[in-house]
Design a protein around this ligand. Structure first.
Ligand code: UDP
Length: 334
């Protein structure tokens, strides 16, 4: 039997590239579609993976790809993910994250491809009413980013009703860490995420880390998040794809560890891992940041047999540090 082909939109990005590597290692034929606005060609390190540079809204290109390959499923990572920018430029987010993928879904329906794994987010919940967040928690996203993702969840449910599209909307908590062999990792420009910024501050790439708020109602006053290792996310995507191919119903489920870690604990752990001090300042709260976001991870275990292997945030920081200390210092060659 030949290899099963999978289309990975946004496969040159952070979570996408780790998933592409795993899919290829597991014997899938992987075609990456990425417009390279934020993705890096250097993040595709497997020669067998084909990188097609283009947009998920390019109908002609999609038709050509769907004619050439009989995709068993699509994994869709391609999205803008800067929450702050989504507030100042909402239309950019609604166009890219919600409108453009409609073309991809249309072409899938025309070619009878009905398995779709989608990058959703814990940002679809908004301010938590109770913790940990279970999948039936009300979804009241605060930012256009969160709304753009929630709309996609609704669209996917409607496509299931209309033409039996089976989808897995995976609501990630805080994606973090890098590949354990240090070969690929997180390279955002601009970088806004806590762990890479802490490590960049240690390396002197940024002058200091600003802690956003120290007066939250948490034990040490800083925000608590659920950090989930990028390789665990990659495994979850593979599991979700297999689940759908084997006939699973559409699902929406959290991907987290269920463990809450504060900003201060991240800083302390980074200092332990690197043996260096983080240059710090303390600033105001960042608008829209809830005090705590922690996943109830049980549903992914029940439905996908998936559970985070990296439960200790130390391994997220260790792998991120390994990548940032490697040849190109945490950046893909241009
Ligand atoms: N954070 C911080 N300083 C920074 C960046 C982030 O104190 O320079 C905090 C932020 O307020 C949040 C946590 O670190 O509580 C994780 O933020 P990140 O942007 O990494 O992910 P988010 O939770 O927003 O998806």
């Amino acid at each position: 039997m030949g290899k099963q082909s999978v289309l990975v939109a946004g496969g040159a990005g952070y979570i996408g590239s780790h998933t592409v590597r795993l899919l290829s290692a597991e014997g899938y034929e992987v075609i990456v579609l990425d417009n390279l606005v934020y993705g890096h060609p250097g993040a595709i390190i497997d020669d067998e993976v084909e990188l097609v540079v283009g947009a998920v809204g390019d109908r002609d290109l999609l038709v050509r790809l769907f004619k050439e390959y009989r995709f068993v499923g699509v994994i869709h990572f391609a999205a803008f993910a800067y929450v702050g920018e989504s507030v100042t430029d909402p239309l950019k987010y609604y166009r890219n994250n919600t409108a453009e993928p409609l073309t991809l879904l249309e072409v899938m329906s025309e070619f009878g491809c009905n398995h779709f794994v989608f990058s959703s987010t814990c940002a679809t919940y908004g301010e938590p009413e109770k913790l940990p967040l279970t999948e039936d928690h009300p979804q009241n996203p605060v930012s256009p980013y969160g709304k753009s993702k929630l709309m996609m969840e609704w669209i996917l449910q409607d496509c299931d009703t209309a033409w039996a599209l089976k989808s897995a909307a995976l609501r990630y908590f805080n994606a973090s860490g890098c590949s354990t062999d240090g070969k690929i990792g997180e390279d955002h420009n601009p970088e806004t995420h806590l762990i890479p910024l802490v490590l960049q501050a240690i390396k002197g790439e940024v002058p200091e880390l600003t802690v956003f708020g120290t007066d939250y109602p948490t034990p040490d006053g800083t925000c608590i998040r659920d950090y989930i290792h990028v390789e665990d996310l990659a495994i979850a995507h593979l599991s979700a794809l297999r689940y759908l191919i084997e006939g699973g119903e559409s699902i929406q489920c959290n991907l987290g560890t269920g463990v809450g870690i504060s900003v201060k604990e991240i800083i302390d752990t980074a200092e332990e891992v690197t043996g260096q001090k983080v240059p710090l300042t303390y600033g105001e709260r960042r608008p829209g940041d809830p005090a705590q976001l922690v996943a109830a991870p049980q549903m992914a275990k029940d439905l996908l047999g998936w559970e985070a292997k990296h439960k200790d945030v130390r391994s997220m920081i260790e792998t991120a540090w390994k990548w940032m200390s490697a040849e190109h210092g945490g950046h893909f060659p241009k």
